[in-house]
Design a protein around this ligand. Structure first.
Ligand SMILES: C[S@@+](CC[C@H](N)C(=O)[O-])C[C@H]1O[C@@H](n2cnc3c(N)ncnc32)[C@H](O)[C@@H]1O
Length: 205
């Protein structure tokens, strides 16, 4: 399966506000970002960024060093045309076979909402966690929101691997402390319930 084509088509065929994962305000993600206490000029990497309004919110709040990365060049193009900011760097890359992110300077915060859960194969998950371990600074944070064990079995036509906070804690490994975790049921633009688990980890120094 050509996943880049799959995601490009998803973003080309549907208006951002109608996407099944669209949030008007990414409130829960923002709450966890505030909890980290990072500086406004901290390096923030949003993986699988899509066309999320989180980037607009981060800019509005004064964060000035944002990296927006996605497999889909269509999503990145739409995002770039919407936010018009030189405080955002765009990197098209595949988290499961990274060629570009592996070479970037370490980041203070890694943000993933609704991306990791698409990686069903062990080697995809390993590639994801290896990248986290490689590019998150000691003392840096990892924020992951994934479909919870009560969540949907598919998203955007693809099967998902659902998580609990304990599973994420186990998978990220002993080098990270769990700082916060909670369940949150997102209501999607069609009124469907999408139960998520939100987690915030900090890398040990
Ligand atoms: C459900 S959307 C979530 C988008 C965004 N995080 C949000 O909350 O609105 C999943 C995103 O993951 C991206 N994605 C899927 N597989 C990927 C991969 N292997 N590497 C990088 N991004 C990927 C898709 O292109 C899409 O933008």
């Amino acid at each position: 399966m050509d996943y880049k084509q799959h995601w490009d088509e998803a973003f080309e065929k549907t208006e951002t506000e109608q996407l099944g994962w669209y949030e008007t305000t990414p409130q829960k993600t923002l709450e966890l970002i505030h909890e980290t206490g990072i500086q406004k000029d901290a390096r923030i990497l949003n993986v699988g960024v899509g066309t999320t309004t989180l980037v607009d919110s981060l800019l509005e709040e004064g964060y000035s060093n944002i990296i927006a990365s996605d497999l889909s060049s269509s999503a990145l193009e739409q995002l770039k045309n919407r936010v018009h900011s030189d405080q955002v760097e765009y990197i098209q890359d595949d988290l499961t076979h990274s060629e570009k992110l592996i070479h970037i300077e370490p980041v203070d915060l890694w943000i993933d909402r609704a991306v990791l859960h698409f990686f069903n194969k062990e080697e995809e998950q390993k590639a994801y966690w290896d990248l986290v371990h490689q590019i998150v600074k000691p003392g840096g944070f990892v924020l992951i929101a994934a479909f919870s064990l009560e969540g949907a079995e598919k998203c955007c036509g693809l099967p998902v691997h659902r998580y609990s906070a304990d599973m994420l804690k186990n998978d990220i490994g002993e080098g990270f402390d769990l700082k916060d975790a909670f369940d949150y049921t997102f209501i999607n633009p069609r009124g469907g319930e999408r139960p998520y688990v939100y987690t915030l980890f900090q890398r040990k120094r």
